[in-house]
Write a protein that binds this ligand. Structure first.
Ligand code: C2E
Ligand code: CA
Ligand code: CA
Length: 738
């Protein structure tokens, strides 16, 4: 609920959970698109290579077949007897050799001796039996030329020449095949190996393989860094070639993909193996794809980062809102709203005995005036800390408003000790090397089982506190049922007061005042009584409440008018009316013009204002919010006299009253009660003495006994009001005195 220094912790920044899956999802999508596109491209490459390979194979096949046919034609015409000698054969066919890319003809006998059409003599040609084994045209694998450094292939057929069986050979340079096989694909190179069915490379259109009798499978295995599954693809090719099957596959090595197709060319079980790498054929596309993938990842990252930053700024805004809505900037504690919400949670979640205490500082306004705003803010902060520290961990301290704090906490020991400790610590607060002694008032409420409504609880602690508010000697008040009853009573009174006024339930009683000298009537004080259903409610039950809720303004005016009415009736009946004192609550004084309405009423009943005395309590004269002088002057100007009521109970002094336009002071009953008849040093004697000096009249209130009466008479109290003469009585009873 709170941290070490009681201030409200802010929520941590959170990264929303959706960010992660969305990020992963979009990366996966990019990878998916990347792979899908790559697959399409690869399929395309496959198709292209296959096509290319097929074209090469067809061309090679065609060109070899043409060459075979040429040799067949030669052999045919020789065997039919058109050309019988070596010389005639050479003579007849030498000119056509170029058309078929042959470099020369040779005729060799079974001993390997012979001659070429361009005059080279051949002796003991190796492996000549190989040529005699075949009946039709035979095409040899490449072998070194006897005449040049080139490799050659030999087309041969047995023929009768010079009356013996010889071999007619047409010789072609192997390089001639290369030109057919070499092809370009896209921007890069693709090429073909021509192999026999053992895998021996006959022709390498790339030109990479320079040695003879290289096995292509072994070459592939050595050239590429292959894993097991790729090795098995190569092995499968070897088997397929053995079994006259065509096929295709690809392998990936060193971050490149190599596409292979193998196709038999239909001659001598030879195979054309076409090879192309993605690097050469689809470099740009693959590069583009890679750029796509990386940029989409980067873009994703940027978008996610933007989302997070927007989110954080959003959270920041929320924090600010939270701060302004829930946190008191002066103390860093929660405010009323915060207390409401978190107090409720506290009630719900914390088990055990719990209390809510509201704490406020007596006379904080005065402190504010003396020390200034900034200083008092520090004071508030420091009080907040004291409350939190004394109560300890796991309490919720808030400043609800101005100097009012509330704290909710768990506690199962003596609550008095705890509250006293808070008060003790608050009585020595050091702010900027100034020691301040705070007086606190606390309202305490012990949480009951079914308490869930914080506002109700707060109103209970306020109620408890207001019970002792202003009483310096009382530190706290713990809520009890009587308080509740009082409140209920107050509520009842509040709900009835308006109708009471309309129904004339408020009656006026007059308490007569007498001259001590001759016990003649000196006047009367009008005192209100509330008769409700034949029960009399005494004024101390409702006047304080009406002062709080301002209804007193209406009531006083009503009483004033009733008194004027009574006075008018007495004037008529008895030819005169005695002077009447009427109580005026200080609540009127917020509006200095209130008196104008009173004057209007006196005019209505034709009462002389000088025949009315207005009683203003002493406490009104020390209230700083009231410009009492202005009001009193106005009252005086209009002809009323002014009495200071309950003199001696407030904080004013006689010298203070000296500056005010007052006529009478009413000495409060407590001074009469305190009279020690054996002494002449009673306070009342001093008051009487000084008021005489100030030329003020005095009325002594609450005189009940003969003894008191005599004493006061002796010290010069000339007007007396008290039960000794009469209690407040009804109008009719009062008329007996007239
Ligand atoms: P207060 O103005 O000081 O009125 C005098 C109170 O002292 C009256 O009480 C009166 O009955 C009582 N009292 C007078 N002599 C004696 C005595 O010898 N012994 C004792 N024990 N009491 C005596 P009450 O009528 O109950 O009035 C209480 C207070 O209510 C008044 O005190 C006054 O402050 C207020 N109040 C009464 N009527 C009005 C009103 O119309 N307007 C306003 N604003 N306040 C009123
Ligand atoms: Ca009075
Ligand atoms: Ca009084």
């Amino acid at each position: 609920m709170k941290n070490k220094n009681n201030s409200i912790p802010l929520k941590r920044y959170t990264i929303r959970v959706w960010v992660v899956p969305i990020f992963i999802l979009s990366i996966l999508l990019s990878i998916f698109i990347y792979n899908k596109t790559k697959k399409i491209i690869y399929q395309n490459i496959y198709n292209n290579i296959s096509e290319l390979s097929e074209q090469s194979v067809v061309q090679l096949n065609q060109s070899i077949n043409n060459q075979i046919q040429f040799v067949e034609t030669m052999a045919d015409s020789i065997n039919k007897g058109y050309f019988k000698t070596t010389e005639s054969v050479f003579h007849n066919f030498s000119d056509n050799l170029g058309d078929y890319k042959f470099s020369r003809l040779a005729i060799i006998d079974e001993n390997g001796n012979g001659i070429t059409n361009d005059g080279h003599i051949i002796t003991n040609y190796e492996n000549v039996e190989e040529f005699f084994e075949h009946d039709g045209v035979y095409l040899s694998e490449n072998r070194p030329s006897l005449i040049s450094d080139e490799q050659v292939n030999i087309y041969s057929q047995k023929c009768y020449i010079d009356n013996q069986e010889k071999i007619l050979c047409a010789i072609i340079e192997t390089n001639n095949y290369k030109s057919i096989l070499t092809r370009r694909l896209y921007n890069g190179k693709a090429g073909t190996y021509l192999i026999n069915n053992n895998g021996t490379v006959l022709i390498d259109s790339f030109g990479d393989i320079t040695q003879n009798n290289v096995n292509l499978y072994a070459y592939i295995r050595n050239s590429y860094n292959l894993n097991l599954s790729q090795l098995s693809k190569v092995n499968k090719m070897a088997i397929d070639v053995k079994n006259n099957q065509n096929g295709a596959f690809y392998i990936t090595s060193n971050r490149h993909t190599y596409f292979f197709t193998y196709q038999k060319i239909g001659i001598n079980n030879w195979y054309a193996i076409t090879l192309a790498s993605d690097e050469t054929i689809a470099k740009e596309l693959i590069e583009f794809l890679f750029v796509f993938l990386t940029s989409s990842i980067i873009l994703n990252a940027i978008i996610i980062a933007a989302c997070i930053s927007i989110d954080i700024s959003h959270q920041n805004k929320n924090r600010k809102l939270f701060r302004t809505a829930f946190i008191d900037p002066v103390t860093n504690l929660g405010n009323l709203q915060y207390f409401r919400e978190n107090g409720k949670l506290y009630l719900e979640n914390q088990k055990g005995t719990k209390y809510v205490v509201s704490i406020d500082i007596n006379k904080f306004k005065a402190l504010n005036n003396i020390y200034g705003y900034e200083f008092c803010n520090k004071l508030l902060k420091s009080l907040g800390n004291i409350i939190g520290n004394v109560i300890g961990e796991n309490c919720l301290v808030c400043r609800l408003y101005s100097d009012v704090f509330a704290v909710i906490f768990k506690y199962n020991k003596d609550i008095d000790l705890l509250l006293n400790k808070i008060a003790d610590e608050a009585s020595i607060i050091n702010i900027d090397d100034t020691i301040i002694k705070l007086n606190l008032s606390m309202g305490v409420y012990k949480i009951q089982k079914n308490d869930t409504n914080i506002d109700n609880i707060l109103s209970k602690v306020y109620m408890s506190r207001s019970k002792i508010k202003g009483q310096v000697e009382k530190l706290y008040y713990i809520y009890d049922e009587t308080l509740e009853n009082e409140l209920l009573e107050e509520q009842e009174i509040e709900s009835n007061m308006k109708s009471a006024l309309e129904n004339n339930e408020f009656k006026i009683y007059y308490q007569p005042k007498f001259y001590s000298e001759n016990k003649q009537l000196a006047g009367a004080e009008a005192l209100v009584r509330w008769y409700k259903d034949d029960n009399m409610i005494p004024p101390n039950k409702f006047i304080p409440l009406f002062e709080k809720n301002k209804f007193i303004i209406k009531l006083d005016k009503y009483i004033f008018e009733q008194v004027c009415k009574d006075m008018a009736s007495w004037k008529e009946k008895y030819g005169y009316a005695p002077k009447v004192s009427i109580n005026v609550s200080k609540e009127h004084f917020v509006n200095p013009n209130f008196i104008d309405e009173y004057v209007k009423i006196t005019k209505k009943y034709n009462i002389d204002t000088s025949n009315i005395d207005l009683e203003i309590t002493e406490s009104a004269t020390v209230d700083k919010q009231i410009n009492i002088l202005e009001i009193m002057n106005k009252i005086k100007e209009l002809g009323f006299t002014i009495s200071i009521d309950d003199f001696g109970t407030g904080y004013s002094s006689l010298s203070m009253l000296q500056s005010m336009p007052i006529d009478i002071i009413k000495i409060d009953k407590i001074f009469v009660d305190k009279i020690d008849f054996n002494s002449d040093k009673n306070i009342i004697n001093h008051i009487m003495f000084i008021s005489k000096q100030l030329e003020l009249q005095t009325i002594v209130e609450g005189v009940e006994t003969e003894e008191q009466f005599e004493y006061i008479k002796n010290i010069g109290g000339n007007i007396i009001q008290g039960y000794y003469f009469s209690k407040p009585i009804s109008k009719d009873d009062f008329e007996n005195y007239l």
